[in-house]
Design a protein around this ligand. Sequence first.
Ligand SMILES: Cc1ncc(COP(=O)(O)O)c(C=O)c1O
Length: 356
Amino acid sequence: MLLPPDLVTPVLVVDQARLERNLRDMAASAAARGIRLRPHAKTHKTAQIARLQLDLGAIGLTVATIGEAERFADAGVADLFIAYPIWPSPARVNRLRALADRVRLRVAAESPAAAQRLAPLSHGASPPEILVEIDSGHHRTGVPPDRAGEVGLAAARAGLPVAGVFTFPGHGYAPGAREQAAAQEAAALAAAAAALHDAGCERSGGSTPTAQLTADPPPTELRPGVYVFNDAQQLELGVCRGDQIALAAAATVVSHQAPGRFVLDCGSKVIGADRQPWSTGFGRVLDRPGARIVALSEHHATITLPPGMALPDLGQVIAVVPNHVCNAVNLADELLVIRDGEVFDAWRVMARGANS
Ligand SMILES: Cc1ncc(COP(=O)(O)O)c(C=O)c1O
């Protein structure tokens, strides 16, 4: 990634050519398998990337919160799935009703109790469709596949159309785990569709590590999010190559106090503090694969270099890849878009902080 000169750091930069290639590759991969793409917009939270995804054939977007749905509806996105088991309090039901009047809305349910509480939405002009959340092995949320019917029945009794089932195979986020997670996802979605007595219903799956793997039977819809930018986690899991990393924090070398060690001005307030047990550090330095980000404080990233690797100069600007790009983006007001080493645009992270 060629960084423009004179950047005021720390700042998140997006390589437009890499971003567009990532978007095209995922769109082509889904289309070649006859799978609909409904990318998760929590990763980018920007109207510009949403538009690119829809122009490349995405049927709509996935979001995690009602707030994100409201922002993307404001930005003109007409088809949204809230893939999160929100608890339907009266205030949330009112917001969902207002959204359903504006867009084609899909909402998750993962218990009969939650489904029943969505009943007031059945009186609206265009009630949202329900997708039952099932657990395919991640053990976070979702009912076991063979109990999808109970939730579906409760939603139908609440007067709401049941479109199908969905799952998130997050257990694919570990070295060597994604093939098995994709197979479990496919089997769980098929079993849940059978439990709904609706073999042709929506079977929505997908995470970035599993989205391009072949599964039998394949999901009908995929919801990857991170693929737009990729990040150090995807790199270390072998999901992407270094030249598919489309977002980095541009950071300045501010200190050199020991051989083989330097400090950059991008701390946890810029790249986020996520670190999986299998991560090699708090992110990666794009053009120095042997470097390790060994410590992070709010405004400092401490990097160590392997023996023999030259220290960068004080004041030099370096590209750092966050471990988990979604959290880094949610910390930024805007993303600088670069093309051929020049800044040519700034995109507002317009759904930043829309977490409720
Ligand atoms: C329900 C759901 N769907 C889709 C995704 C997107 O997957 P990824 O972050 O691997 O791109 C997530 C990510 O957390 C998710 O929670």
